[in-house]
Design a protein around this ligand. Structure first.
Ligand SMILES: Cc1ncc(C[n+]2csc(CCOP(=O)(O)OP(=O)(O)O)c2C)c(N)n1
Ligand SMILES: [Mg+2]
Length: 683
C-alpha cells in the first residue's frame, strides 16, 4: 500500500470513490458519478484547508461545508466517515461514537439509517444543512456567511477573532441553473461576502443529458457580473490547481469566490466510459469490479477502507482542526474575562436560550374600535422584542415600509456595516428564506418579511426550515382580500391552507393587536420550529379584553373569546385574523336574539393541536355540531373543526380589485352571513 503523500492522497480519493460506488450499488439507487468525480476536490478541501475538528462538530468557529448538490450525498457520508466526525447525541452532547460507522454507509438510503438519500441536518452529525432541492444549499451558505459577518462585527474585539470562519458550498449545474442560487449569488456579491466560496462542478451534464440542451450561458462571466471573484480549475483531478484556487479565495477580501472546476462525471471504469450506468444510477457489479481493478483496489471487497486513509485524515484535517479548536477555546476563555457580557450572550446563543426579559418590551394595546392593522401592531411587537433580543436579525424583500419590519436605529447590514440588524434582501424572496435558514443554522434568530401572497415564492425554503426544525420567523402581511385595490394578484386565498399544510410550520393569524403581540411571543418561543405570522394590511378593531378573554389565550392556539351563558353554547363561531371581529359582532347579534353562541378565536391550528384533547374538547365541545368557521381563505384544512354539519364562510375563488370592504361584501363575508349560517346550522 502507498507510502508517499501523493500516493496517500490518491488512495484517500479512491476510497471516497469506492465507498460511493459501493453505497449506491448496495442501495441500488442514488448517484455514484458525481461523488466519484468530486472526490479529489473534496479530498483536497477537507484534508488541506477546512478548519474543522471532527471531535467538536458543534464548534461555533468551524468552517461550514455545504453539499448543495445533495444528490451526491454519498460523497458527504464518505467524508464524515473517513474524517472520523463524532456523533452528537439527541441531548446535543458530542459522544465518543463515530457519526457514521461503516455500517451506516452500507445502509445507505435504508429505513432508519443515518444515511438518507439526501443529507438531512439534525439526522446525521456533520451535515450542516439539509440539501437535495437544488439551489437551496447555495442559498443557505449565503445566510451562514451573513451570520458569520454579523457575529464577527458584534462579537470580535481587538485581539479576539471569535468569528472568522469560512463557508464552502459545493454545487452543480442544477444548483446554478436554479433561480434561488442566482438570487443568493447576487446578494452575496452585493454584500461582498469574502468568507463565502462556492465550488462549482462544471461537468456539463445533468439528468437529461449534455448541458447544451438547456444551459449555454457563460457562468464565470455571470458571476463576475454579480461581483464575484471567479477562478477556474481545468481538471478536477489537478489537486495543485485546486489548491491554488483556494488560495485566491483566501486572499480575496472584498468578494465571494466561485471556483469553477471542470470535471467529467464518472460512468464507471476509465476504459469503458459511457457504456454502463445511466446518469444518476448505480454502476452495476461488473463496472464496479473493473473500476476497482483500475484503482488497484481489492475487487472482491466492498466498502474497503484502508487504515492509512483514516489516519491520513486524522493527521491532516483532524490534527489541524484539534489545534484550531484548542486555540479558539483558549482565546474564548480570555474573551470571557475581558468581555463577559458578550461572552455570556454567545453562550446563550449556543445553548439555544433567550435573554432574561426578552419579551418585557412587548406592547399592550388598549381597546379601540377603529383599531390598528396587525402588520402595524406586529411591527411594534417585533420592535419590542428586538430591543431585548440582540440576535434577532432580519428584514424584508423590499417591503419593510409595508411590512413594518425595519428596526429603528439598528442600522443596515451592508458590506461596510456588517453589524447592522436590518437586512435589505432586495426583491429576492426565495434567497431571503434560503439564507434565513443558514442564519438560523448559525445560531441567529432570523426573521424575513414579504406580502403573504409571495410566500409562494419562498415556500421551498420555508418547507426546509420546517424539515430542519429551524426557528425562522416569516412576517407575511397583506394577508387576504383585505388588501383591496391591489386586486387578485396580491390577495392571498389559498396561502393559509398551503402554510398549514407544511408539517412543523406554525402558522399564526392574530385577530387583533394584542393577539399580534402574543403571536410574536409564541414565534420567539418556537425555538425548534419555524413560524409564519399572517398579518393584515387593514385596520382591525382592538378588542376590549376586559369584556372578552385575554389575548394570552393565543399561546394555546385557540381559546374561548366570548361564551354563551353558563358556558353551554349551542353554536360555535370559529374565526381567525380579520374575521375575528365579524364573529364577535355576529355573536353579539345572536346573543341579543337569544341564541347561545360561543366565539372561539383560532389564530393557530398547530398550537391548538399541541394541546391535550381535554383542552381542545373544552374549547370545541364534540357535542356541539352547529359550527361556523370564518376566514377569508379557502375551506381546505377547516373541515376537521367544522365537522359534517358546520358551515364555512370564506373564499372559493380569487378576489377582486376594489376597496376592501366592497370585496368582502361581494364575496359574502359579512356579519349577516355569519348570523345566517349560525341559525341555519341550528335549525
Ligand atoms: C429543485 C430540484 N429540481 C430537480 C431535482 C432533481 N434532480 C436531481 S439531480 C438533478 C440534476 C443533476 O445535474 P447536476 O445538477 O448538474 O448534477 P450532476 O448530475 O452533474 O452531479 C436533478 C434535476 C432536484 N434535486 N432539485
Ligand atoms: Mg452537472
Amino acid at each position: 500500500m502507498p507510502t508517499t503523500t501523493t500516493d496517500l492522497s490518491q488512495t484517500a480519493i479512491n476510497t471516497i470513490r469506492t465507498l460511493a460506488m459501493d453505497g449506491v450499488q448496495a442501495a441500488n439507487s442514488g448517484h455514484p458519478g458525481t461523488p466519484m468525480a468530486l472526490a479529489p476536490v473534496t479530498y483536497k478541501l477537507w484534508a488541506d484547508v477546512l478548519r474543522y475538528d471532527p471531535a467538536q462538530p458543534l464548534w461555533p468557529g468551524r468552517d461550514r461545508y455545504v453539499l448543495s448538490c445533495g444528490h451526491a450525498s454519498m460523497l458527504l457520508y464518505a467524508m464524515i466517515h473517513l474524517a472520523g466526525i463524532r456523533k452528537v447525541g439527541h441531548d446535543g452532547i458530542v459522544t465518543d461514537q463515530p457519526a457514521l460507522p461503516l455500517e451506516e454507509l452500507k445502509n445507505f438510503r435504508q429505513m432508519g439509517s443515518l444515511t438518507p438519500g439526501h443529507p438531512e441536518h439534525g439526522h446525521t452529525t456533520g451535515v450542516e444543512t439539509t440539501t437535495g432541492p437544488l439551489g437551496q444549499g447555495c442559498g443557505n451558505s449565503v445566510g451562514m456567511a451573513i451570520a458569520e459577518r454579523w457575529m464577527a462585527a458584534r462579537y470580535n474585539k481587538p485581539g479576539f477573532n471569535v468569528f472568522d470562519y469560512n463557508v464552502y458550498a459545493q454545487c452543480s449545474d442544477g444548483d446554478l441553473m436554479e433561480g434561488v442560487a442566482c438570487e443568493a449569488a447576487s446578494l452575496a456579491g452585493h454584500l461582498k461576502l469574502a468568507n463565502l466560496c462556492w465550488i462549482y462542478d462544471d461537468n456539463k451534464i445533468t439528468i437529461e443529458g449534455d448541458t447544451d440542451l438547456a444551459f449555454s450561458e457563460d457562468v464565470p462571466m455571470r458571476f463576475r457580473g454579480l461581483g464575484w471573484n471567479v477562478v477556474k480549475v481545468d481538471d478536477a483531478n489537478d489537486l495543485d490547481a485546486f489548491g491554488k484556487a483556494l488560495q485566491t479565495f483566501h486572499k480575496c477580501d472584498d468578494a465571494p469566490t466561485l471556483i469553477v472546476v471542470r470535471s467529467v462525471i464518472a460512468w464507471g471504469s476509465p476504459n469503458k466510459a459511457g457504456t454502463h450506468g445511466a446518469h444518476g444510477s448505480p454502476l452495476g457489479d461488473e463496472e464496479i469490479r473493473l473500476t476497482k481493478e483500475a484503482y488497484g483496489w481489492p475487487t472482491d471487497e466492498k466498502f474497503f477502507v484502508p487504515e492509512e486513509v483514516k489516519k491520513h485524515f486524522a493527521d491532516t484535517l483532524g490534527a489541524r482542526g484539534a489545534k484550531s479548536y484548542a486555540e479558539w477555546q483558549k482565546q474564548f476563555v480570555a474573551y470571557k474575562q475581558e468581555h463577559a457580557a458578550l461572552a455570556a450572550e454567545l453562550e446563550l446563543i449556543w445553548s439555544g436560550g433567550l435573554p432574561k426579559g426578552w419579551d418585557a418590551g412587548l406592547p399592550e394595546f388598549p381597546a379601540d374600535a377603529k383599531g390598528i392593522a396587525t402588520r402595524a401592531s406586529g411591527g411594534k411587537s417585533l420592535a419590542g422584542i428586538a430591543a431585548n433580543l440582540p440576535w434577532l436579525v432580519g428584514g424584508s424583500a423590499d417591503l419593510a415600509p409595508s411590512t413594518n419590519t425595519l428596526l429603528a436605529g439598528e442600522g443596515d447590514f451592508e458590506a461596510d456595516s456588517y453589524g447592522g440588524r436590518n437586512l435589505h434582501w432586495g426583491i429576492r424572496e426565495h434567497a431571503m428564506a434560503a439564507a434565513a435558514n443558514g442564519m438560523a443554522l448559525a445560531g441567529l434568530r432570523p426573521y424575513v418579511a414579504t406580502f403573504f401572497v409571495f410566500s409562494d415564492y419562498l415556500r421551498p425554503s420555508m418547507r426546509l426550515a420546517a424539515l430542519m426544525k429551524q426557528p425562522v420567523v416569516y412576517v407575511f402581511t397583506h394577508d387576504s382580500i383585505g388588501v383591496g385595490e391591489d386586486g387578485p394578484t396580491h390577495q392571498p386565498v389559498e396561502q393559509l391552507a398551503a402554510a398549514r399544510a407544511i408539517p412543523g410550520l406554525v402558522t399564526i393569524r392574530p385577530g387583533d393587536a394584542n393577539e399580534a403581540a402574543e403571536a410574536w411571543r409564541a414565534a420567539i418561543n418556537n425555538q425548534h420550529r419555524p413560524t409564519a405570522l399572517v398579518l393584515t394590511r387593514q385596520n382591525l378593531p382592538t378588542l376590549d379584553r376586559a369584556k372578552y378573554a385575554a389575548a394570552t389565550g393565543l399561546e394555546k392556539g385557540a381559546y374561548i373569546l366570548a361564551d354563551a351563558k353558563g358556558g353551554k353554547p349551542d353554536v360555535l363561531l370559529m374565526a381567525t385574523g380579520s374575521e375575528l371581529s365579524l364573529a364577535v359582532e355576529a355573536y353579539e347579534t345572536l346573543t341579543a336574539s337569544g341564541v347561545a353562541a360561543r366565539v372561539v378565536s383560532m389564530p393557530s391550528f398547530e398550537l391548538f393541536e399541541d394541546q391535550p384533547q381535554s383542552y381542545r374538547d373544552s374549547v370545541l365541545p364534540p357535542s356541539v355540531s352547529a359550527r361556523v368557521g370564518i376566514e377569508v381563505g379557502i375551506q381546505q384544512c377547516w373541515d376537521r373543526y367544522l365537522g359534517l354539519c358546520g358551515k364555512f364562510i370564506g373564499m372559493d375563488d380569487f378576489g377582486a380589485s376594489a376597496p376592501y370592504n366592497e370585496v368582502y361584501e361581494a364575496r359574502g363575508i359579512t356579519v349577516e352571513a355569519v348570523v345566517k349560517a349560525a341559525k341555519s346550522c341550528l335549525s
